[in-house]
Design a protein around this ligand. Sequence first.
Ligand SMILES: NC(=O)c1ccc[n+]([C@@H]2O[C@H](COP(=O)([O-])OP(=O)(O)OC[C@H]3O[C@@H](n4cnc5c(N)ncnc54)[C@H](OP(=O)(O)O)[C@@H]3O)[C@@H](O)[C@H]2O)c1
Length: 293
Amino acid sequence: MQGKTVVITGATSGIGQVAAESLAAMGARIVQVARSRERGDAAMKRLRDIAPTVAHSIHYADLSRISEMKRVASEIAAAEARVDVLINNAGAMFSSRQVTADGLERTFALNHLSYFVLTQGLKERLIASAPARVVNTASDAHEPAKLDFDDLQSEKVYARKSIGQWFRYGGPGFYVYGRSKLCNILFTRELARQLAGTGVTANSLHPGFVATRFGDETGGLMSFSIGIAKRFALSPQQGAETLIFLASSPDVARITGEYFHKCRPATPSKEALNDANAQRLWLETAKLVGLPN
Ligand SMILES: NC(=O)c1ccc[n+]([C@@H]2O[C@H](COP(=O)([O-])OP(=O)(O)OC[C@H]3O[C@@H](n4cnc5c(N)ncnc54)[C@H](OP(=O)(O)O)[C@@H]3O)[C@@H](O)[C@H]2O)c1
């Protein structure tokens, strides 16, 4: 990774933090996007301790707001002549339906739209730096989810007062999270298709169930249940393995459009393999964020 520039979101904590630090230890220069000055400063200090002579950098943005996603993408594109690896990793789950100031459901905005906007904003830099890679953190939580193009903001999901929903999916918040992770896989597959022949690969991954700060922000009973389950979860070091592998290993230099788990290609749900939905999601997303498709 010597001489490579890695742009990463969600590196102030959890698997993103471990990945950024491991890639920095391999020689990469890290450009991170964070929302909290305090955690961002602490993350930068750790990176400088690992590689004191490398000019790691940081940009601040709330990645659930479209204007912030766009601003930070253009700031990075202006500052960086090359981007060798883009890791879209920032994400969260919310137990109740929250709406951003853009009028969008917050899980969808943060977990899906930020991946799209950042990637589109840095696409030219990635292509100019080819061979380059995009790595998107998804989850096996996508498995029960289905896309509903009439309800991308999940109003109907939260309005459904079904006890069966709790038994089948662990509640609307978990289902909506799973749907955003389904979007990650569909987005990755469509991105890989569009980037074919450019030398830029795109892959997604499931990190496993990992004891990070994930779930702390979720709220309600879900935060409590996740807190208990985390006692049996993987460590952030174990959870980051596939992320680091996809960002750095020569073994996957030419592999694109795949979904990985445990550093091996895995088969996602049937919904995640629906190419027509992937293309439609791309078009709907571009429209929602106001970018050309
Ligand atoms: N943990 C698991 O079991 C698990 C399983 C499958 C997939 N995942 C996925 O793995 C990824 C990383 O999660 P993690 O487990 O490492 O959790 P984490 O420790 O909570 O880390 C989440 C990261 O995302 C950042 N973030 C959250 N909201 C943001 C916002 N509005 N704007 C900018 N940054 C924001 C956080 O920043 P702050 O430091 O400011 O909070 C943090 O750096 C997520 O995409 C998650 O869906 C996790």
